[in-house]
Design a binder for this molecule. Sequence first.
Ligand SMILES: CC(=O)N[C@H]1[C@@H](OP(=O)(O)OP(=O)(O)OC[C@H]2O[C@@H](n3ccc(=O)[nH]c3=O)[C@H](O)[C@@H]2O)O[C@H](CO)[C@@H](O)[C@@H]1O
Ligand SMILES: C=C(OP(=O)(O)O)C(=O)O
Length: 423
Amino acid sequence: MVRYRVRGGNVLRGTAFIQGAKNAVLPMIGAALLASEGRTVLRNVPAIEDVRRATELAEAIGAKVQFHESERTLVIDASRLTSPVLPAEIARRFRGSVLFVPALLHRLGEAVIEGVGGCNLGSRNLDFHYNGYKRLGAIVNEDDSVIHIKAAGLTGAPLYLDTPSHTGTENLVMAAALASGTTVIENAALEPEVLDVIHMLTRMGARIRGAGTGFLTVEGVNELTAVEHTVMPDRLDAGVFMIAAALTGGSVNLVGGSLEHLGVARWKLEQMGVAFEDEGAVLQVSRAEPIRPINVITDTYPGFATDLQNPLMTLACLAGGTSYIHERIFDGRFALAGELNKMGANISVAENRAVVHGPAKLRGTRVTAHDLRSGIALVLAGLVAEGETTIDTGYLIDRGHADLAPRMQALGADVEREISPSE
Ligand SMILES: CC(=O)N[C@H]1[C@@H](OP(=O)(O)OP(=O)(O)OC[C@H]2O[C@@H](n3ccc(=O)[nH]c3=O)[C@H](O)[C@@H]2O)O[C@H](CO)[C@@H](O)[C@@H]1O
Ligand SMILES: C=C(OP(=O)(O)O)C(=O)O
C-alpha cells in the first residue's frame, strides 16, 4: 500500500517542473484509438497511475501501446481493435476509461462499459454522455450495471449538455468527429484541456469549429489519422506547487506553469497574498505577506477550478480569518475537511459549503486520502504541520501527480513515498 510521510517546517525554494496534464492526456489516448492506421505519438505524458491504467485498458481492447516513461512519451497503434469490452478490473480504477467509448462505437460498432472509476466526489452521473450518443443514433442499454451501447454508424445531430461537462464535451466531440453529417454541441466545456484535445483532433483531420465559445460545430469526416501531439502542462499540478510555495512562505520557479490556464484561481490566490512574477517561460511564485482569508465559489472554466478547491482549503487553514468555500460542481467534495480537522484545523461543512476558521496550527498525524485532490491537499498540509503527517491510500495521489516526492524534495520539502505491506 502506498503511503506518503511528510515532516513539516521547511520553506520551499527552487524549481518545480510541471507535468503534462492528466485531464488532457486521457482523452487524447481515447482520440488516438479513433485512428485506424499508423501510430500516434503523445509527448509530455505524465508518469501517473491513470496513464498506466489507460495503457492497460487500451491494450485490453486490442491496441498496441508503449509508454516510454522516462521519455514521457506514449506510442499508440490502434489499427487493430479486437474487443468492445472495457473490463471492470481496469476501467473501475480511473475516470478516463469513459473516454474510450467513442472509439469503440466507431471502430467496432459497440461498447460494453463494465464500470467507470474516478474520484469519489458524489453522484458523477454520465447521462449527458449517453443522451448524446442516443441523439447520434446509438442504442444505449443501461438496464444493468454493465452499460451496452450499440451503433451501426453515427449520424450528426443537434446535441446539448445540461452543464458544460468536461469529459462529456470531449466524448461527444469524438463521437461527432466520425459521424456522418453535421453535429452542433451546445453548452460545451471551455476548459484548456478540452481545447487541447480539440486541437489534437483537428490535427488528426477532424473538422471542428467554435472551440472555446460554448457552441461546437463538427462536420463528420470518414477517417482520422495518427499524429504526434505534445500534451499541455497540468494547471492543477501547477496550482499545487503554487500553494506549496505560499503555504511555506518560500519562492518557487515553475517551469510549465501558465497563469492564463488558471482563470479566476490566479486572482483568488493573489487575493490571499500569493505573488506571481512572470519571467518569460518561467513563473515565479512566492508569498510576501500574511495569508488572507478568502471567499471561493468553484465553477467551470474560467471559474475557480473545482480540482483546486481542496488545495485551497488547506491554504485557507493558515489564513488570518474566516474563509468561505462554495463547491458548485460536485455534490461530495468536502471529505478533506474531516482529515484536516484531525490535524487541528477548524472547518465546518453544511451541504456544499465549507467555512474555514483560521489561522489554525496544524499538527502532524495519520490521515487518509479520500480521492486525488484531498490526498494532495493533505500532503500540502503536512508541509506546514508540526511534526510528521502520514497520508494513507497514496495510490490516489499517484493517480494524478507524477514523481511527487522527488519534485517536492528538490524544493527542500521533507516528503517520502513509502510502500508499506498491505495491512
Ligand atoms: C478525467 C477528467 O477529465 N476529470 C475531470 C472532469 O471530470 P468529469 O468530466 O467527470 O466532470 P464533469 O464536468 O462531467 O462533471 C461535473 C458535474 O457534472 C455532473 N454530470 C456530468 C456528466 C453527466 O453526464 N451528468 C452529470 O450530471 C457530474 O455529476 C458533476 O457533478 O472534469 C471535472 C470538473 O472539471 C474535474 O474535476 C475532473 O478532474
Ligand atoms: C476528479 C478528478 O479526477 P477524475 O475525474 O479522474 O476522478 C481530479 O483530477 O481531481
